[in-house]
Design a protein around this ligand. Structure first.
Ligand SMILES: CC(C)(COP(=O)(O)OP(=O)(O)OC[C@H]1O[C@@H](n2cnc3c(N)ncnc32)[C@H](O)[C@@H]1OP(=O)(O)O)[C@@H](O)C(=O)NCCC(=O)NCCS
Length: 330
């Protein structure tokens, strides 16, 4: 007898934000900016910042504990860990290895995944493929970033935008339930010079000059990123809906990457969705890269914005450029 097709069932989600809050008025004191400029251009009012000795794997660990609790399983039941991040604790070992150690797990495979702000969507696509192929059964998927540690705090063009946080999801193989209806991911490396960190890798290894020239921090051509983000996010949103076999009007809530409220509004307009169906928490978080969509999803679930059975779409865009979307039934 043929086995039934395996689906990826979401067992639980979790999130963690560092305690320290940096408001726009705090920023007014250190750079030439204003709450009015930041709020009106980006929608951001405040963001969370990690402590010096609080690493990406620490945020990932706390988000994982929340997700394990929500899923009502023990860490020992996990057979694969994936961490989407562009701010690893170190170049290597992977942040997934540090997280594994914190969870006191041995032997299971773990690895990091690098797709910038689309990292969590890439992670869902990867986890889903592992589950549907029957290779792994219970996957702990994390989106965790500490952008505050790779930000030039003297550059007002970028430093007002970013924050820190982590979100986690536990997925299990199931013959009865399938929560991940579709995933769509894409990339175009020809845009790599619009949003990047120039130094620290093999192209430009760290030295005294790279440090003095602040080449280990995010460099961005904001307007060009904005222009590319809108059509790519709209495309990803439409493709994932098409692949899911659902209609756009059936999606209860859209959870877009929270990079800029104006990008989100433009994408919503382009795909014909009114803003009351779009989840927004950018005012509290800023852009937290791969942690954005999963922490927003976790908040939407925990605040009752979405209920069991609802269709939700996560959509993201990030450095690379990368983009992606997924339609989920909660
Ligand atoms: C960064 C961003 C908010 C800038 O908004 P913008 O409307 O494009 O603004 P501009 O870059 O054209 O700058 C306009 C002016 O504001 C100034 N400015 C930039 N940052 C400022 C700040 N924090 N406070 C006050 N003024 C600022 C600029 O210097 C410029 O001044 P000038 O006209 O005298 O030269 C916007 O381009 C953006 O969000 N881009 C996408 C970034 C993003 O989402 N990246 C991550 C993707 S995952």
């Amino acid at each position: 007898m043929m086995n039934k097709k395996l689906g990826a069932k979401i067992l639980g989600t979790g999130a963690y934000f560092p305690k320290k809050i940096l408001t726009n008025s705090d920023l007014e004191k250190v750079i030439e900016t204003s709450d009015e400029w930041i709020s009106s251009r980006t929608g951001i009012k405040e963001r969370r910042l990690s402590e010096k000795n609080e690493y990406t794997s620490d945020l990932a660990y706390k988000a994982s504990l929340e997700a394990l609790k929500a899923a009502n399983i023990t860490p020992e039941e996990i057979d694969l860990i994936l961490v989407a991040t562009i701010t690893p604790d170190m170049f290597f070992p992977s942040t997934a290895c540090f997280l594994q150690k914190k969870l006191n797990l041995r032997s299971i495979p773990v690895f990091d995944l690098s797709a910038a702000c689309s990292g969590f969507i890439y992670g869902i696509a990867t986890a889903r493929a592992f589950i549907e192929s029957g290779l792994y059964e219970k996957i702990l998927l994390i989106g965790a970033d500490e952008l505050s540690k790779i930000t030039d705090w003297t550059d007002r063009n970028t430093c007002v935008l970013f924050g820190d946080g982590a979100g986690a999801m536990i997925l299990t193989a199931s013959e009865e339930d399938n929560n991940i209806l579709s995933t769509y991911i894409g990339a175009d490396g020809s845009y790599s010079d619009l949003l990047f960190i120039p130094a620290g890798g093999t192209a430009n290894p760290a030295n005294i000059d790279t440090v003095n020239e602040k080449l280990h921090t995010i460099k961005m051509k904001g307007r060009d990123v904005f222009k590319a983000a809108v059509p790519k996010m709209a495309l990803a949103a439409q493709k994932a809906i098409e692949l899911s076999g659902q209609k756009i009007e059936n999606i209860r809530l859209f959870i877009p990457h929270q990079a800029n409220i104006r990008i989100i509004e433009a994408v919503a307009k382009k795909i014909g969705v009114s803003m009351d169906r779009v989840f927004i928490n950018i005012h509290k978080t800023g852009n937290i890269s791969s942690a954005t969509t999963i922490t927003a999803l976790d908040e939407a679930i925990k605040t009752g914005k979405i209920q069991k059975g609802d269709l939700v779409e996560l959509v993201a865009f990030g450095g690379g450029f990368t983009w992606g979307a997924t339609v989920i039934r909660i």
